[in-house]
Design a protein around this ligand. Structure first.
Ligand SMILES: [Zn+2]
Length: 733
C-alpha cells in the first residue's frame, strides 16, 4: 500500500525537470540509493570516535586526513583548507563553596566500564565553556532559573539583585551563551551553569549506563562566544586574518564573554543549591533535585577561579569537489562538521559519516559515466563546536567567490532515529517536501514526509494540525543559528537547508564524554538505518540541485511564510500594547501593593511604555507584490524547462541569487555581521530564530522608532526580491 502511494507520488512532476529529464533523474537517484551501505557508517563512526577529536587535537587532524584521503580515492579533488583561529582551553578550574559549609566541586566526569572510551584521559578537554573570561571571584550565590531576561524580571519582583553576585543557572530555556551574557548585563561577576535532572537526567528516564539520560557526573561543555553578535573567530569577525587584516587582542574582542562561566554536573550543583537560603524559588523554576529550591542570595558563598590558554590553532576544513560538466561556476555546497567536544558520536560524527557515504555513492555514479552539470562541493568543517569557526572563516575567506557561485548550502549536524527535521530558506520549502516524498522511512515504509505529517496531525499546535491536513506542503522551520549554515545564509544570503532525523532517540549525552560510539549504538540509531536515510535525503537534494534544468526554487511558500511572520509581529505589537495598558491601569489603582504579602519584600513595579500604532502599509504593499509575482512565476514556470540553453543559464543565475536580495549591507542594528532581514538568531535566544528580526526585536525591546525603521528596511528588501522574481519571469517569457 505505502509503496504504491509513494510510486504514485513519484509520477508527479519533479521541480526543475521536464518529463524526460525527470525520469532520468529518478533512475539516477535509485542507483544512488542502491549504493548506500549502513555498515560503512558504522565502521567510520567507530574509527572517527576512537579518540577525542576537538579543534586543535592530534586526532582531529588525523580524522581530517582520513576524510581527505577517502574522498580523493573516490575521484574527488580533495584537500585540507586550513585557517588559524583562537581556541581557548582551560588551564585552571576551581569551584568551591566557602560558606556556610565547605565543598569542592569535582568538575570531572566519572568513567564507566560500560562505555569503552570514557576512561581515556589523553587529549580529553575537561568540562568548560570556550570563550569564558579569565577570573578569580568570590561572592554570594543567586539561583536565576534559566537565566533569561524574564527570569531577572521575576527576581526584581522578589527584590533580588544579582549585582556583585555569582549566579547559578540551569541549562535549557535558551542557548547557553545567553545566560552569562544576561547575568553580566545585570551586574553579576560570575556564572555557573548546571544540568538539572529535570531537563535531561533521571526525571526524564533511566540514567547512563542503564538508560540514555545524564548521570550525576555528566556535564555539557560548550561555547559561550556571543554567537548572536557574530560567529567565527572573535578576533576576526567579518574577515580572515592576513597581512591586510590584523587580529584583535582577546581583551578587545566584542564577542568574548566578559565574566568567568563554568558548566557543572547536577552532582556538583546539589551542595551549592542546598546551601542557598532566601525566598523559595517560584514553582516553575524548581527542578528535580531532592531539595527545596531557594533563590538566595547567600548564605551560600562560592569561589570561582578560571584561567585559560588563549592559543591560535590550525583549523582543518576538508573540501572535496566534483567539477560540473555544464556549469562549473555554479556550486552546490554540502557540509557537516567533523570536530567534536570529546568523542562526538552523535554530534557530529553521525551526520559526518552519512555525508561521507553520500560522497562515496556519488563517486560510484561517476564511475558509471555520470557527471553532475553543476559543481558539487562537499565540506567537513573543523572548529564548529567553539563557535562555527571553520565554516565561518571559510565563508569569509572566499566570500567574493561564494557570492557569485554558491547556488545552495545543504547542512547536517548529527542524526538519530525518528522523524524528518528540516529548516531553511522558504524558497526551498516545496523542494524539501518533494525530496521527503521520495524518501522512505526505514521503520514504517511510508515516505518520511507522510510520517512527519502524521505526527504533526497528532501532536502539532492547533494551527499546525489543521495545516497538515489542508496545506499541500508541510512547513519547514526558519534558521536561527547553532550550526554551519549560519555564515552561508545569515552573512552572504545563500539559500540554505539544515536536515536531520530525530525524536525517537532522546538522551543526556550532548557535549559530554558519554556522547560515544557505545551510547550512540545503544540508544540512537544502532543499525544506522536513519543514517542511510539522511544520506538518501541530502544526497538526493545534492543530485537534484546539481542536475536540474531549472533550479528548484519556488516563491509561493516564501510569500505565504513572510505574510505569516508579518501577521505575527502585528499581533505581538497589539499584545504588547494591551499588556502595558493593563499593567499601568492596575499600577495606578494601587493593586500591586494591596495584593502583596506583607511578610515578603515588596518592590513597586514601574510604569511601562505603551506601544504606539506603527505604519505597516509599506510592508503590506510589498507583500501584495510578492504574492502576485510568486503566482506569476509559478504559472510561467511550466514552460521554463523548454527554454534555450543561454536563457536557462540567465534564468538560473537570477534564481539562485534571489536570496542575496534578502540581505542588507548594513546588517541588523548593533550586529552588522548578521545581514539577513527575514531570519536571524535572537539576540536573547541564541540559537532560536527571530523572523523579521529587526521589527520583532525592536517591538520586544520597546524600541518603537527602530521598529518603524525595520518595517521600511524589510519592505525595501522584499521589493528588491520581487524585482528579481519579475526579471526571472521576463527571461522565461
Ligand atoms: Zn554539532
Amino acid at each position: 500500500m505505502a509503496a504504491t502511494s509513494v510510486q504514485a507520488q513519484q509520477q508527479q512532476p519533479l521541480l526543475g525537470f521536464g518529463t524526460e529529464a525527470a525520469k532520468k533523474e529518478l533512475d539516477l537517484e535509485a542507483a544512488f540509493d542502491k549504493q548506500l551501505q549502513a555498515n560503512n557508517l558504522r565502521d567510520w563512526m567507530k574509527r572517527m570516535t576512537a579518540f577525542p577529536h576537538q579543534l586543535g587535537s592530534p586526532y582531529g587532524l588525523n580524522n581530517a586526513l582520513f576524510l581527505r584521503d577517502k574522498l580523493a580515492s573516490w575521484g574527488f579533488d580533495a584537500r585540507l583548507d586550513t585557517v588559524h583561529v583562537l581556541f581557548p582551553t582551560p588551564k585552571v578550574r576551581i569551584l568551591e563553596l566557602t560558606e556556610p559549609t565547605k565543598f569542592k566541586a569535582s568538575l570531572t566526569e566519572k568513567p564507566l566500564k560500560e562505555d569503552a572510551t570514557s576512561a581515556q584521559t589523553k587529549d580529553v578537554l575537561p568540562p568548560y565553556h570556550a570563550f569564558s573570561a579569565n577570573g578569580d571571584v568570590t561572592a554570594e550565590l543567586v539561583f536565576v532559573n534559566y537565566g533569561v531576561p524574564d527570569d531577572y524580571e521575576e527576581l526584581a519582583k522578589l527584590g533580588v539583585d544579582v549585582k556583585g553576585k555569582i549566579v547559578i543557572a540551569k541549562y535549557g530555556g535558551s542557548w547557553r551563551g545567553i545566560k552569562p551574557k544576561v547575568a553580566y548585563e545585570h551586574g553579576a561577576i560570575g556564572c555557573i551553569i548546571y544540568s538539572d535532572p529535570k531537563e535531561d537526567g533521571y526525571f526524564q528516564g533511566d540514567v547512563y549506563p542503564k538508560g540514555a539520560f545524564k548521570n550525576e557526573s555528566g556535564v555539557q561543555r560548550g561555547s559561550v562566544v556571543d554567537l548572536p553578535l557574530a560567529p567565527g573567530d572573535p578576533l576576526t569577525n567579518g574577515f580572515v586574518a592576513d597581512a591586510a587584516h590584523k587580529r584583535l587582542s582577546v581583551d578587545e574582542a566584542p564577542a568574548m564573554m566578559k565574566i568567568p562561566v563554568l558548566p557543572i554536573s547536577y552532582g556538583d550543583a546539589l551542595p551549592l543549591l542546598k546551601a542557598l537560603g532566601g525566598q523559595v524559588a517560584p514553582a516553575t523554576w524548581r527542578g528535580a533535585l531532592p531539595i527545596t529550591y531557594h533563590v538566595g542570595p547567600g548564605p551560600a558563598k562560592v569561589h570561582l577561579k578560571l584561567e585559560f590558554n588563549f592559543d591560535i590553532v590550525p583549523c582543518y576544513n576538508v573540501i572535496a569537489t566534483l567539477k560540473g560538466s555544464e556549469f562549473p561556476d555554479q556550486w552546490v555546497i554540502r557540509g557537516n562538521h567533523h570536530d567534536a567536544w570529546v568523542f562526538g558520536a552523535a554530534d557530529p560524527v553521525s551526520g559526518a559519516v552519512a555525508e561521507l557515504e553520500e560522497a562515496r555513492a556519488l563517486g560510484e555514479l561517476v564511475k558509471t559515466g555520470w557527471n553532475p552539470k553543476r559543481t558539487i562541493v562537499y565540506c567537513w568543517w573543523d572548529g564548529e563546536e567553539p563557535g562555527l569557526l571553520g565554516s565561518t572563516e571559510w565563508v569569509e575567506k572566499y566570500q567574493s567567490i561564494l557570492k557569485e557561485k554558491a547556488v545552495v548550502y545543504l547542512n547536517s549536524d548529527g542524526n538519530g532515529r525518528g522523524y524528518l527535521g528540516a529548516g531553511g530558506s522558504h524558497t526551498l520549502e516545496k523542494f524539501v517536501n518533494q525530496v521527503g516524498r521520495d524518501v522512505t522511512d526505514p521503520e514504517k515504509g511510508t515516505s518520511v514526509i507522510e510520517r512527519l505529517r502524521s505526527r504533526t496531525i497528532l501532536n502539532g499546535t492547533p494551527t499546525a494540525k489543521q495545516e497538515a491536513r489542508s496545506r499541500a506542503d508541510l512547513r519547514i522551520g526558519a534558521l536561527g543559528s547553532g550550526s554551519d549554515y549560519t555564515p552561508f545564509i545569515q552573512h552572504l544570503g545563500i539559500a540554505s537547508l539544515n536536515v536531520g532525523y530525530g525524536g525517537e532517540d532522546a538522551g543526556g549525552d550532548y557535549h559530554s564524554i558519554f556522547d560515544s560510539y557505545d551510547h550512540y549504538t545503544r540508544f540512537k540509531d544502532g543499525d544506522f538505518a536513519y543514517g542511510v536515510t539522511l544520506a538518501k535525503t541530502l544526497g538526493r537534494s545534492v543530485l537534484r540541485f546539481a542536475n536540474a534544468d531549472v533550479l528548484p526554487f519556488d516563491f509561493s511558500n516564501f510569500a505565504n511564510t513572510v505574510q505569516g511572520y508579518t501577521a505575527e509581529v502585528k499581533k505581538e505589537l497589539e499584545a504588547a500594547r494591551t499588556k502595558a495598558e493593563d499593567h499601568n491601569k492596575v499600577l495606578g489603582e494601587g493593586r500591586f501593593e494591596a495584593a502583596a504579602d506583607p511578610k515578603d519584600p515588596f518592590v513597586k513595579p514601574s510604569v511601562e511604555s505603551v506601544a504606539p500604532y506603527l505604519n505597516f502599509a509599506p510592508l503590506d504593499n510589498a507583500l501584495v507584490r510578492l504574492e502576485q509575482s510568486a503566482k506569476a512565476f509559478a504559472s510561467a514556470s511550466s514552460k521554463f524547462s523548454t527554454l534555450p540553453a543561454d536563457k536557462l543559464k540567465e534564468l538560473n543565475e537570477i534564481l539562485y541569487k534571489t536570496e542575496r536580495k534578502l540581505i542588507h549591507a548594513d546588517g541588523l542594528p548593533r550586529r552588522p555581521w548578521y545581514r539577513h532581514q527575514i531570519y536571524a538568531p535572537g539576540f536573547y535566544t541564541g540559537y532560536g530564530v527571530k523572523t523579521l528580526p529587526m521589527i520583532r526585536e525592536a517591538i520586544e525591546q520597546k524600541n518603537w522608532k527602530e521598529a518603524e525603521e525595520g518595517i521600511l528596511r524589510v519592505s525595501g528588501v522584499l521589493e528588491g526580491f520581487v524585482g528579481e522574481v519579475e526579471r526571472a519571469i521576463g527571461v522565461g517569457r
